[in-house]
Design a protein around this ligand. Structure first.
Ligand code: ATP
Ligand code: MG
Length: 240
């Protein structure tokens, strides 16, 4: 299923995104490289989701260019994205995971083992036969993670995957994310939860009004934020 070419690094060169008169993202220059998770933080409306959608190739920049492994397009199957609210098909948990594999062209005989492996990675093997839409929000988010991981992505983009989960379910998702990162998958994740950012991040991208205000190693972001906005955000004071 994997092809040989890598989509890493993902680089943004002077990337802006506009909708009519509105500038959603403003001249971003950044590069996403393999390593510990990159967490995207910033106030509501600062452009986190838009940045992830561009990374995934779901929308094209209005200006500038994005390169995946030095190429102008992302290779299908190497990237996966999870949204804040998981989208579940009206099928069993196992079928939800298998569905993505079928689309990726994995032969039927290999699918069952891959589905079981992915479900056991997220601790849901015993729920494999249950209707996915009847699961709790936290369980559905884990199914969505299994569906993404089963495709063995090189880069996994996560848009606030724990925003509506309780602390226990949140920790469950965080453990899976860390396990995926340790297995070599690059994670880029938007989050509002500063505790979560401390637990997961290798580095932080801090967005304010569509601009990349600060990019730093996580420890530096929290201990020595280099901008007033970042310091206010870390102290829970930034309201924009
Ligand atoms: N298609 C669009 N047309 C017009 N405005 C848009 C469009 N998509 C996004 N925006 C605007 O761009 C800004 C950034 O949106 P985005 O969803 O990327 O922010 P965010 O940081 O993910 O916010 P949140 O924390 O609330 O999820 C918002 O002001 C939003 O209303
Ligand atoms: Mg968002």
């Amino acid at each position: 299923m994997r092809d040989l070419s890598s989509d890493m690094p993902v680089t943004f060169e002077g990337v802006s995104l506009r909708a009519g008169e509105t500038t959603i993202l403003d001249r971003l220059n950044l590069s996403i490289t393999p390593g510990a998770p990159t967490l995207i933080v910033g106030p509501n409306g600062s452009g986190k989701t838009s940045l992830l959608r561009l990374c995934m190739g779901l929308v094209a920049p209005s200006e500038g260019r994005i390169r995946w492994g030095g190429r102008d397009t992302a290779s299908p199957g190497r990237l996966a994205m999870l949204f804040q609210r998981p989208v579940m098909l009206r099928r069993s948990v196992a079928d939800n995971v298998a569905y993505g594999l079928r689309h990726a062209g994995l032969p039927r005989r290999l699918r069952k083992a891959r589905v079981e492996e992915a479900l056991s990675r997220v601790g849901l093997l015993e729920l494999a036969g249950r209707p996915a839409r009847r699961l709790s929000g936290g369980e559905q988010q884990r199914v969505a993670l299994a569906r993404a991981l089963a495709r063995e992505p090189e880069l996994l983009l996560l848009d606030e995957p724990t925003a509506s989960l309780d602390p226990a379910a949140t920790r469950g998702v965080e453990e899976i994310v860390l396990m995926a990162a340790q297995s070599g998958i690059k994670i880029v994740m938007a989050s509002h939860d500063l505790g979560q950012v401390r637990r997961l991040a290798g580095d932080v991208m801090f967005m304010v009004r569509g601009r990349l205000c600060e990019r730093a190693r996580a420890a530096d972001f929290f201990d020595h934020p280099s901008t007033g906005e970042a310091a206010a955000f870390v102290n829970g004071e930034l309201v924009i």
